[in-house]
Design a protein around this ligand. Sequence first.
Ligand code: MF3
Ligand code: CO
Length: 264
Amino acid sequence: MKKYRGAFIKNDNEVARLREANRMVANILDAVGEMVGVGVSTMRIEELARDMCSDYKVKPAFLGYFDYPYATCCSVNEQVVHGFPNERPLEDGDIVSVDMGVEFDGFVGDAARTFPIGSVSDDVHKLLRITEESLYVGIEHARPGHDVYEIGAAVQEYVEAAGFNVVRRFVGHGVGAKMHEKPEVPNFKPGMRGLTLQNGMVIAIEPMVTLGNYEVDILEDQWTAVTRDGKWAAHFEHSVVITPQGARILSVSDKGLNRHTIAP
Ligand code: MF3
Ligand code: CO
């Protein structure tokens, strides 16, 4: 595979396989959106994701990755990312960030969304809306010839203008035959120059946004990232391919692009 400064350049065939992997992920997230609600536990999300993977005859990409024990990450309220599914029923006003990956035909699809449970407070609804919108702001800046760090600079500016903060501890990434490839895609401005985006690069852009401070801690389970101040966080992720026309989103479901929290 062709490389540019450590990042793989995918050919049309590889992009098609990545699109298929990401279509499956987006379909799973659509199905999650239809089944989550008050009284449903995140373990039901995990089961649905695993069932759909067996229907699709694909491997969940997270399960076993650095010994991660589940197919999904289900992060509730002050949990930012990498939360374990569990049996606690979700309550009215909660939010759950669901991150999912599959491996199809040697290529990884990766996407995430935060779902509101029942009716959430105005602040929390705004958190979801701004986080999702910031993802699309980042995607707008993912163009050939642009510095990859322009993505995060734009995300950070958008998020902070709304009064929220962007997590620094976790970043987006190149994605392909491996889940994490070069380059790193921060959601903030790193203050130096990064790699210049090239046609055929595939990256996962995944802003994590907090209502309060951006500092996170990892729980004793060694995975679950929570905000240090206990304020809530949201996470939206798309995998995109860089084309001459700009970034093309790969994680699109059969129902089309899903922009849940954005008014049409
Ligand atoms: N979307 C996450 C990421 O890009 C998923 C990784 S969870 C893990 O890093 F368990 F697989 F590590
Ligand atoms: Co990712």
